[in-house]
Design a protein around this ligand. Sequence first.
Ligand code: FAD
Length: 646
Amino acid sequence: MQYHLNGFRPGDPATGVRIAELDAHANELPREVDVLIVGGGPTGLTLAAQLAAFPDLSVVVVEQKPGRLELGQADGIACRSMEMFEAFGFSERVLKESYYVNETTFWKPSEARRANIARSGRIQDVEDGLSEFPHVILNQARIQDFLLDVVHQSSSGREPFYGRRLLHLTNDPSATHPVTATLERVDTGVRETIRARYVVGCEGARSVVRTEIGRKLAGDSANQAWGVMDVLAVTDFPDIRFKCAVHSAHEGNLLVIPREGGYLVRLYIELDKLKNSERVLDKNITAERLVAAAQRILQPYTLDVKEIAWWSVYDIGQRLTDKFDDVPEDAMPERMPRIFIAGDACHTHSPKAGQGMNVSIADAYNLGWKLAAVLRGRSSPAILHTYSAERQSLAQELIDFDRAFAKMFSAPPKDPSNPDAGGVDPAEFQAAFVKAGRFTAGTAVHYRPSLIVAEATHQTRATGFVIGTRFHSAPVIRYADARAMHLGHTIKADGRWRLFAFAGSGDLASAQSPFYRLFAFLTESSQSPIRKYTPDGADIDSVIDVRAIVQESHRDLRSDTLPPLSIPNKGRYGLRDYEKVFCADPASDIYDMRGIDRTHGALLVVRPDQYVANVLPLDATAELAAFFDEFMLTADVPELVGASHR
Ligand code: FAD
């Protein structure tokens, strides 16, 4: 974390404007905003947190609930979401509070006594090296709290406008703020309007915005109903502190999700696998009946529920919208999107693979920086088309995966004494679970070539940083202070592009090496994207942030050999930023771990949402310039010095 750039400030470096000051304005809905976010769930709040990084943008969140969420809903947090939380600055808070899913166990009908269950397998939950972060469990309400804290800590952020429900939208393309939203105050019924340059519908599966742009959620409306309860219980079931999938012979299926704090546990009970008399269709499900079902599934073990903190019937199908914005496919060349949908408004998932909240947060992270770049005059509005293109096809893949996974989960376990009766072999289910690991971790996302993702022409220069996938972090040693850290943690949710220049062997010995020539190009050439796209008076790294990584030990490297752009002067005092040069860590060498060409080095272009946009040779400066020229706009907007960071 870097701070004090524009002068020393005592106190907590993370805290910006005091919440009390913000709340004073909480009920005065502005007439016009840059972005109106409808819905204050994880999707809307992630978008708000991302946009809060830009004090020059006005953003309003409207939420129909009277206040913050306190209980219930989703709780599974994939490794990739943790990587995003690191970018937003609160991963360590989640790590501190959450349950870590280290191993998952599987239970099936006991071969000795079919009426009882027995453990059939145990696997490591996340494969080694997939992410530097674990898969964790923490209630959605806490994630929303952390996102709200990010909003509050920015100088522009404010609390959502609670108790306001969106009724409908109109769009007048000729206006500066083309979209007018009509809202209703939930307590009084009073109507209000607000005009916005962009509107994003993050209001869940029953999205009004989606209906207003004429889109539908298509898919399985024959929903699967799950009984879900967060309980405090005394049990002799030995795996109560493991995530586990339990298939009983005759009583249905159960998913155990241990929760934060050491005692709480979530139980998911698949309702349509219960005997007819217990089904949700009876509209008779009560918490007591769910407890009774869990007790029967877990036999011969006992479950004595002392307290039910929250319970619900989560009735959901795998459904998807065909496009995530208001522009029909055939109008895309001439029309730019103004209205978007994100999260559950576009796709719904079964809870079995734990996708809902994670995919939703990632939608918002994908869209947020693009909206900011367009609103601030940094990028062509054409990049907004990539949001639906990238996230809709990904959602389709995830839904296909979820459907197959859910089907397998729900199938009865194969009976070894009667193999022809069908069902799934628990070993087969376990193998599918392992294979699905990258999907469930959120790391399998691979965007196709577009305006902001290059064709993989030079992928061989860094085979472990696959173009179109997220920057897979690896350890490095920071040169200035010998701090061992993760290179990926330099990528914050601040809307900046990154260039990572990995020096080739021997590059530091010659001023004419590709490494030095790259830095000379970036600093001096009129074609340099840094020179072209950084506004006058702004810090040199405020639009594109360059980081250097070398193979030499931090003890051997001499600071006078480093290119000035890698230790730039910034802020009102022209202080030097010493945190941009890294050395390979001999204990876990990033060149080996990520397949970087040791001889020639490599240049990585990384998007503000941490996706690898291009891999280039260090001397491919013309290709680098051409890549940015496709979508960046020359800066003619005034910039606050140091606005992008403290
Ligand atoms: P949501 O979390 O649904 O947030 C949407 C927000 O928009 C809500 O706060 C809502 O009040 C608000 N809103 C809706 N309409 C309007 C309007 N017209 N105007 C203003 N505001 C509006 N996932 C699991 O994995 N396991 C679970 O057990 C589970 N249980 C769930 C139970 C419920 C009741 C719900 C709604 C969801 C559940 N989910 C569960 C799904 C998971 O919570 C979602 O995938 C995730 O929250 C998606 O986030 P979102 O922000 O897109 O939508």
